[in-house]
Design a protein. Structure first.
Length: 281
């Protein structure tokens, strides 16, 4: 098995988002190449802004196979239904998810409006078309998680961005993970996860996998937070290799990355993924 279960569909293709910001005209064929490559099992859907769906549709109408797309709704809560309808009317697009950011306060009330919009657009939670509500690091975020849990949707946390203050602390990430697990909410991450191992100013995606594994096993938030600061790649790789993939990935659904090549190369270098004809360490 070339891609172990722990890493299957781990990396959503966010090529069109910063810092990569690849034009859609280049991102679409590149995504097709990923799905035809030996590492295709690593790759999740193509992420596309709702405001760019028309352009995406025009680029994929001549595609030999349908393109799975997860829509990041940048058109407001009212745009959720329009985005889902836009994909449904394109034979070469398949809806693989919807992601909606919460804005403004109170977050609990805004979360209720958002899940109502998702219900109207999707007819309710669906594992084939998972819907994520992006929860900001603002007062009331736990109230928002309560609403998301009651509605049966998933949560999303932004783990980086263009400025230093966009990076959540280890304690904030740990609180989000534990908060989701306590409520039975699957989740994903996005932004800032450019490398497998923690670096200054960046979280590592292996750190997150190991942190979630420890949280699933019942570790307190402080221990989960401490895992996020580990910067020893070999130590992280060994820890992740011992985790039960099914129980971790039941909750940690995926993360968005503007690069597929970088996480793949680092997983290979750490011996967690083997190229064809080779054996992982």
């Amino acid at each position: 098995m070339t891609i172990p279960p722990m890493f299957e569909r781990l990396v959503d293709d966010a090529a069109v988002f910063p810092p990569g910001s690849l034009p859609l005209a280049e991102a679409v064929p590149a995504h097709s190449e990923h799905l035809a490559a030996w590492y295709s099992a690593l790759v999740g859907p193509l992420l596309c802004r709702a405001s760019e769906l028309e352009s995406l549709a025009s680029l994929t109408r001549e595609s030999p196979t349908p393109v799975g797309v997860a829509v990041v709704v940048d058109t407001g809560t009212a745009g959720v239904l329009a985005a889902a309808d836009a994909v449904a009317h394109e034979s070469q697009l398949v809806l693989r998810g919807v992601e909606v950011p919460l804005r403004g306060s109170p977050l609990g009330e805004n979360a209720r409006r958002t899940v109502a919009a998702l219900d109207a657009a999707l007819g309710g939670p669906d594992d084939e078309e998972p819907a994520y509500v992006e929860v900001p690091r603002s007062p009331g975020w736990e109230d928002a998680l309560d609403v998301i849990a009651d509605a049966g949707y998933r949560a999303k946390l932004r783990t980086g961005g263009a400025t230093a203050d966009a990076l959540p602390s280890d304690d904030e990430v740990a609180a989000f993970v534990v908060g989701c697990l306590d409520r039975g909410i699957p989740f994903k991450f996005t932004a800032g996860l450019h490398h497998a191992v923690r670096r200054p100013g960046e979280h590592g995606f292996l750190n997150l996998l190991l942190a979630v594994g420890r949280a699933v096993a019942g570790a307190p938030a402080a221990e989960v937070a401490a895992t996020l600061s580990i910067d020893d790649g070999a130590l992280l790789a060994a820890g992740v290799a011992e985790l039960p993939a099914a129980s971790v990935r039941r909750w940690f659904a995926s993360y968005g990355s503007c690069s597929i090549a970088e996480p793949l190369a680092e997983l290979i270098a750490l011996g967690l993924v083997a190229e064809p004809g080779r054996v992982a360490r």
